[in-house]
Structures are given as structure tokens and as C-alpha cells.
Design a protein around this ligand. Structure first.
Ligand code: HEM
Length: 376
């Protein structure tokens, strides 16, 4: 009798387990199909500005300025993001000699042209911390002496084209509304819960939480040894494109970086200094663009979507060479801190597009002006 009951219970539990596994598989299959359907092309090749975006931007500026106030170091006011620099280095950006005519856009219009440039390398965090702590790493390039009309009406005296990137291909939010909600929650001390704004599972941003966790990655061996992505899209002449800067060791003398002591707080600066100043070996990268094919799922208005290389390859447009130099001096470090990089410093051919870039237009200028006015 007891044995029969045990057998029945076992059979019941076995069946229940099978049902649960089956239901789980069905759920997984349906959500995969739904995700694939939601994330398939074609997409718009034009910007689509949702209502209320400008008002949300004002709120975000106030939060950013509050962060700058909180994290000032001594008497200096730092950037709201990418506060810690590993250094600002001089570089040369040379357009390919045999560049495909379709890729000759903006600052890449003249094959063989070499631009003098300045590059700031940074950690993403809002205040300086040990380089060994997981973080995004930034690269901001400023081409110098670039003629032509600037995008920002009040910046016409500038002769610059900036490219502002970090070393992860996609962003942890899709658009301005999600950024506003997420940053407000984070400002209230919610880290993971910022991705779960309500009890309604439809509002949960599990994929975006994974992007955030992946973006905060262990440090590379050197700022010269990682790939930096624009993340958000830009005009590229009449086309839309994302860009990236990736190491290109073949075009530089062979170099093996001696192992750095990663327990030191600023070992990324040490690595940079070891290569460029002590060992006097240049570092090489290529600058590449990935043009949008709007028949594929390559959206303009969602920065959480990485444009797949299988949908559109990256094409090299220029070489970036960081020569041997002494960049780590008090005067140059102060000048580096006082620089401003902004995706909106540049010309129409490379105009930033999409919601996150529209947001950056107001925020970078406001925060940069704020910290400069305080650092007088
Ligand atoms: C597409 C995604 C983004 C990328 C690739 C990116 C990258 C960077 C980098 C590399 C820097 C440092 C620039 C330098 O070296 O001076 C920076 C600075 C900054 N970022 Fe972003 N960022 C992104 C999105 C955002 C968003 C959505 C906001 C806020 C709305 C933001 C706010 C700022 C601010 C306020 C600064 C400091 C500006 C200054 O004081 O000069 N960023 N960003």
C-alpha cells in the first residue's frame, strides 16, 4: 500500500517536472521568436523624435550637475562621466590613400590627408577610482585645425572634429525616456532595481541590465589594447554610420608591454607611459565606419542594439598613430583636464543622430560649462 503510494507520488512528481520543463521550453521558444520578430528590419533611416524629450533632458542636466558637485576632488570640479584620465596624447589620423570614393565623407574626404589630433583616455566612472575596478574605458579623439562650419551655433570659433567612444558596442538604455528613469533610480541608490521600474514584468529591462554588467568590464592591459565604439549613430555624408577605433599592431613596430602591477591605482596610466615615454614605441589603431543598411535591424533610435557585423561590416577609413611622447607632466595633465570633448563638436557630415545623441548635445555642453566656470 505504502509502496504504491510512493510510486504514484513519484509518477506525479515526474509528470509535473516534465510539464514544467515543457512549459519552460515553450516560453523560451516563444520569447526568442518574439524577440527575433521585434528585432528585425527594415528600420527607419531617419531620426524620430518622441514627444517630451526636451523636458526630460532638462531633468537629466540637473542630475548630472548634482553628480559633478558630489564628486569634486579638492577644489577642482571633474567631469560628470569619465572623470579620471589616463592621459591626453598627441596622435596623427591619416585617411587611407586608396579610400573607396563612397567613404570619402567629411574629414575623410581627402585620401592621404593627415590630421593632427589629441586623444583623451579615461575610465567611465563619475569619480576617480582604482583602474582594477570593473568599468568602461573611454577614448575621445579631437581632430585639430578642421575648417568649416561647426554644428553648435555658439562654437563657431572651434576648428575641431571630435569622436567620443567607449570600449563596449552598445549602451545600457535605448532612449532618453529610459535613461531619465534609470538615472533617477540610480541617483536614489538603486543599482540593479533601476532596471525593474515596476512590478509589471513588461517594464523589466533584463537585457539592459546584462549590457550594463558587461560594459563594466575588467581593465585591458593598456588603454592602447582595447577597441572603442561610438555606440550611437552619426551621419556619414548622406549615410548613417557607427564607428570604432581598434588596435592595428601590424602598422607599428612589434611591442610587448611589460606586465604592469595591477594593484597600483593608476596602472593604465603607467602602461601608457611605459610604452610611449619609457620604451618610446608608438601605438597604432584603425578608425572604421559601419554604414547603416536600413533593410536590416540597425536602428537609429535604440542605442541598446549593437549593429551586427554580419549585417554591415566595419570598413577602415583612417589610420591612427600615437607616437612616442612625454604626456605625463603636471602642465599637460592640467590641460587635459581642462579640455572638452563633445560628439557635437564637428561638422554636418558627422552630425550625431538618435535620441541619446540629442540628449548628449545639451548635457555635455551644460556640464562642461559648469565645471569650467567653477575651475576658474
Ligand atoms: C553613446 C553613449 C556614450 C558614449 C560612447 C560616451 C562616452 C563618453 C566619453 C569617452 C567621455 C569622456 C570625454 C573626455 O575624455 O573628455 C564622456 C563624457 C561625458 N559624458 Fe558620455 N558617453 C555616452 C553617453 C552619455 C550620456 C547618455 C550622457 C548623459 C546624458 C553622457 C554624459 C557625459 C558627460 C556629462 C561627460 C563629461 C562632459 C564634460 O564635462 O566635458 N554620456 N562620455
Amino acid at each position: 500500500m505504502l509502496a504504491r503510494m510512493w510510486l504514484r507520488l513519484g509518477a506525479f512528481l515526474g509528470k509535473t517536472l516534465l510539464w514544467l520543463v515543457g512549459l519552460g521550453l515553450l516560453g523560451w521558444l516563444l520569447s526568442t521568436m518574439w524577440f527575433a520578430w521585434q528585432h528585425s528590419g527594415p528600420v527607419s533611416a531617419d531620426e524620430q523624435i518622441p514627444p517630451g524629450e526636451a523636458a526630460m533632458t532638462q531633468g537629466i542636466i540637473q542630475t548630472a550637475v548634482r553628480i559633478v558637485d558630489q564628486h569634486r576632488e579638492g577644489t577642482r570640479y571633474l567631469r560628470d562621466a569619465h572623470a579620471k584620465a589616463h592621459g591626453c596624447v598627441k596622435a596623427e589620423v591619416s585617411v587611407l590613400h586608396d579610400l573607396d570614393p563612397a567613404l570619402r565623407q567629411g574629414v575623410f574626404a581627402e585620401p592621404g590627408k593627415t590630421w593632427q589630433a589629441m586623444i583623451r583616455l579615461s575610465n567611465g566612472n563619475a569619480y576617480p577610482q582604482f583602474d582594477s575596478i570593473r568599468d568602461a574605458r573611454g577614448m575621445a579623439i579631437k581632430l585639430l585645425d578642421v575648417p568649416g562650419k561647426q554644428l553648435l551655433a555658439d562654437q563657431q570659433a572651434r576648428t575641431e572634429q571630435d569622436f567620443v567612444m567607449f570600449n563596449h558596442p552598445n549602451f545600457f538604455v535605448s532612449d532618453v525616456a529610459e535613461y531619465a528613469q534609470n538615472v533617477a533610480a540610480q541617483a536614489d541608490g538603486k543599482k540593479v532595481m533601476a532596471f525593474f521600474p515596476s512590478i509589471d514584468p513588461r517594464s523589466w529591462q533584463v537585457r539592459h541590465l546584462f549590457i550594463a554588467l558587461a560594459t563594466l568590464a575588467p581593465a585591458p592591459a593598456s588603454p592602447m589594447q582595447t577597441t572603442y565604439f561610438s555606440v550611437s549613430p552619426y551621419k556619414f555624408g548622406a549615410a548613417n554610420a557607427k564607428f570604432r577605433v581598434t588596435p592595428d599592431p601590424e602598422n607599428c613596430p612589434e611591442y610587448i608591454l611589460p606586465k604592469q602591477n595591477q594593484d597600483l591605482p593608476n596602472f593604465l596610466r603607467s602602461a601608457l607611459s611605459q610604452q610611449l615615454s619609457t620604451d618610446r614605441v608608438p601605438a597604432c589603431f584603425v578608425l572604421q565606419v559601419q554604414r547603416q543598411d536600413s533593410r536590416k535591424f540597425m536602428p537609429i533610435e535604440d542605442t541598446s542594439i549593437e549593429w551586427k557585423e554580419s549585417d554591415a561590416p566595419y570598413e577602415t577609413v583612417a589610420y591612427v598613430r600615437v607616437g612616442a611622447q612625454d604626456f605625463d607632466t603636471p602642465a599637460l595633465n592640467l590641460a587635459c583636464d581642462n579640455q572638452s570633448f563633445n560628439p557635437w563638436f564637428g561638422g554636418e557630415a558627422h552630425r550625431p543622430i538618435g535620441g541619446i545623441n540629442r540628449l548628449r548635445k545639451a548635457v555635455y555642453e551644460a556640464v562642461s560649462d559648469y565645471r569650467h566656470s567653477r575651475n576658474l
